[in-house]
Design a protein around this ligand. Structure first.
Ligand code: ADP
Ligand code: MG
Length: 698
């Protein structure tokens, strides 16, 4: 990392919010809740809307909107009982309106606004409780005609909280703007000119002074400028981290004859994408610098075999590998897949899971690893346990990497400080967003599926037609088909969800007898494995499951996927589930059951699934349909929480920001030029300590 002394010019923005006038011990905690602890956070608080205070005559007033009227005070009416408001009745040539004040403002109001005086009042117009008179409760402004200029015609609306209204937030924002210095330009001059964007400070001023609704849109020039700044800061952080990762040395592992033999012994030829990905991995392994590579490949794209060949290369170079899976079931399955081909090349592998009841067996495996007799370890979190020592770990492979927490990845990383890292993910991240998630990694795409797969026939059916679905399933099972039946995890209570799955299991058992199994997250691991095993070997025909099967489990003989309450799942999740069937030669089918009526959005989402089988297309569409927010539920996978950028609305800016970041660092690696100085200020301003990275030992 580059030196992290905060530039002096940023001190005013990095002061605590308590330096802002009025942010005392009562208000500061509220402001902190809305914005954050620093002046900068207040500055970066974008307005959510705007109020236009149209001047009007009373007869023209529109209920529910903030408006401004000029009135004559007719009378002050004391509250008849405590808890009632002080009321001021007023009029103009066209009608009457009442101003209502709760709490003890009364005598003071009467003094300042005596009967007969003319005042300008502004606030949200309503009808009183009985639908009768027009009123404004607690007007925002009540001033003399001379002071009309104090009433803004347009003002920004900020997120507020109880005790801290939008108006107060606006005052703090104005104070934060006052403290905002002009900063040197970090964006590329010609680019900036081409975009027609304002300077950073001008952009912030514009952000906080919307004059019309269009100024609030993500595509307003000042908003785009600020979004680009934020992407650029993030991409710089990622690029620096990537550079840091590359500086780590790791053993040189050349392509091996052993791996070529193993490849030749496979019952299939690698796809073009697999061959390309393997070549990319080999380039890294042979470089002497540590690999930090991610394989992005849709379900069924054949990631395991690529990893296996890399592990054989490592073994041939006398380096050990570990393959880590997020679940016991999956670890076991990987072990069963690769053990034979590895053994055929004389490479010994061990399975290490959390569940080795027999300590002796575990002890023996640990010994094999620490002595270097076993060259490959396959396992789950158990691989993190401190008693697991490798003789010479050279390659770490993490399957379904997004399922692991940052700290778990970090701990494994610590076991192999000088090891190469290969992560695999089947969560299709839209290409446009990939850079924001994985900008610090090298990414290989397995964008080609092995040949001979027929797409899974997908249809949606309303839940009331469940009986029909069961009827069809009867015929299919009679012909020897195997089916997954997925019950969603949706309620706040896992217990309730599990109860729903149990009920479905009971209902299906009534029809299919002992051919139905049940797995869910609350089942003990051993039990889960046993049920899975019976499903894999065909003793069970139907597996009722909560989404535990979502994680890469391979049951090639399963051809039917039924998903209950499909509308509750994300598209990406449904795609993953569907990817579980039709992996063998038999053609698969998928039934998406939904509770009618289906919303239009849900309808469109299910339609996308019916039309395409490409995980990346699905992810991209999902993103478009959902718009902003946390489109793919990525918050937990280390997806950055941007303040000013919207990764969906501004996604066209992500790739340019990454390019600029790369270029800046290529030209000025230590950021010592004058633009480099400006870039450092940008970095400090956003202060990325983005977690969730693979390459970060956390
Ligand atoms: P995923 O990318 O989902 O992890 P897997 O590695 O589990 O995919 O592979 C899915 C299935 O495809 C496996 O049964 C595997 O043996 C098979 N497979 C992998 N590569 C090929 C290929 N090039 N040709 C045919 N089948 C393949
Ligand atoms: Mg897999």
């Amino acid at each position: 990392m580059l030196g992290r002394m905060r530039p002096e010019i940023l001190f005013p923005l990095f002061s605590p919010i308590t330096v802002l006038k009025g942010a005392g011990s009562r208000v500061a905690p509220l402001l902190e809740r809305v914005a954050g602890p620093l002046v900068r956070d207040v500055l970066f608080l974008a307005p959510q809307g705007l109020i236009t205070r149209r001047p009007a005559l009373i007869a023209q007033l529109v209920e529910g909107e903030a408006q401004t009227v000029t009135v004559t005070i007719q009378a002050h009416r004391k509250p008849p009982r405590p808890g009632h408001p002080w009321k001021i009745t007023t009029f103009d040539a066209t009608g009457f309106i009442t101003l209502a004040y709760f709490k003890g403002f009364g005598p003071h109001l009467e003094q300042r606004h005596p009967v007969g005086s003319v005042r300008v009042v502004s606030g949200k117009v309503e009808r009183d409780r009985f639908g009768g008179d027009l009123q404004i409760v607690h007007p925002d402004y009540l001033v003399t005609v001379e002071r009309i200029a104090e009433i803004p015609t347009i003002e920004a609306v900020y997120p507020a909280t109880a005790g801290l209204p939008s108006r107060a937030v606006r005052r703090f924002v104005a104070a934060a703007l006052d403290r905002t210095p002009n900063l040197p330009e970090w964006q590329d001059g010609p680019w900036l000119a081409r975009q027609g964007w304002p300077t950073w400070r001008e952009a912030l001023i514009a952000l906080h002074a919307p004059a019309q609704d269009s100024d609030l849109l993500a595509q307003a020039p000042h908003r785009r400028r600020l979004a680009f700044d934020e992407f650029l800061a993030h991409q710089l952080a990622l690029a620096l981290r990537k550079r840091g990762g590359r500086a780590r040395l790791a053993p040189t592992i050349p392509r091996s004859a052993l791996a070529d033999q193993a490849q030749g012994a496979l019952p299939f030829a690698l796809t073009g994408a697999q061959a390309r990905t393997l070549a990319e991995i080999r380039g890294d392994l042979a470089s002497g610098q540590a690999m930090t590579r991610l394989i992005q490949g849709d379900v069924g794209s054949g990631k395991t075999v690529v990893a296996m060949l890399a592990m054989i290369d490592a073994a041939a170079a006398h380096r050990q590998s570990v393959l880590m899976a997020p679940t016991e079931i999956l670890a076991r399955q990987h072990f069963e897949t690769i053990e034979g081909p590895l053994a055929a090349q004389g490479v010994a592998a061990v399975l290490l899971t959390g569940r080795h009841r027999q300590r002796a067996a575990r002890g023996a495996r640990l010994a094999e690893l620490s002595m270097g007799e076993a060259m490959v370890a396959v396992g789950t979190h158990a691989l993190f346990q401190d008693d697991v020592a490798f003789k010479d770990l050279g390659l770490i492979v993490i399957d379904e990497q997004h399922r692991f927490g940052v700290s778990e990845r970090g701990r494994l990383r610590a076991k192999g400080d000088a090891a190469h890292l290969l992560a695999m993910s089947a969560t299709p991240i839209p290409r446009t967003l990939e850079l924001t998630l994985y900008g610090d990694l090298d990414v290989s795409h397995l964008d080609e599926k092995p040949p001979g797969r027929t797409p899974v026939a997908t249809r949606a059916a309303p839940a009331p037609r469940l009986a029909e679905v069961v009827e069809r399933l009867k015929h299919a099972v009679a012909r020897g088909a195997r089916a997954f039946w997925i019950c969603p995890l949706v309620s706040e209570s896992e217990i309730l969800d599990v109860a729903a799955a149990e009920a479905r299991w009971a209902a299906l058992t009534a029809v299919f007898g002992d051919k139905v199994g049940l797995v869910h997250g609350r089942l003990p691991g051993v039990r889960k494995d046993a049920v899975m095993a019976s499903f894999v070997d065909g003793a069970l025909s139907i597996l009722v499951a909560t989404t535990v099967v979502e994680v890469g489990v391979d049951v090639p003989a399963a051809t039917i996927m039924i998903v209950e309450q499909a509308e509750r799942f994300g598209l990406a999740q449904l795609h993953q589930l569907r990817g579980r069937v039709g992996r063998g030669t038999g053609s698969g089918s998928c039934v998406l059951l939904y509770d009618p009526p289906l919303s239009e959005a849900a309808q469109r989402r299910l339609d996308i699934l019916r039309r395409t089988d490409d995980g990346f297309v699905i992810a991209e569409k999902d993103l478009e349909l959902r718009g902003g927010g946390d489109p793919l539920g990525l918050a937990q996978s280390g997806f950055p929480a941007y303040r000013l950028a919207d990764p969906v609305a501004h996604r066209d800016l992500i790739a340019p920001a990454a390019d600029h970041a790369r270029l800046i660092l290529a030209r000025d690696p230590d950021l010592t030029s004058s633009r480099g100085e400006a870039v450092r200020i940008l970095q400090e301003l956003f202060d990325w300590r983005a977690g969730g990275s693979l390459s970060e030992a956390g």
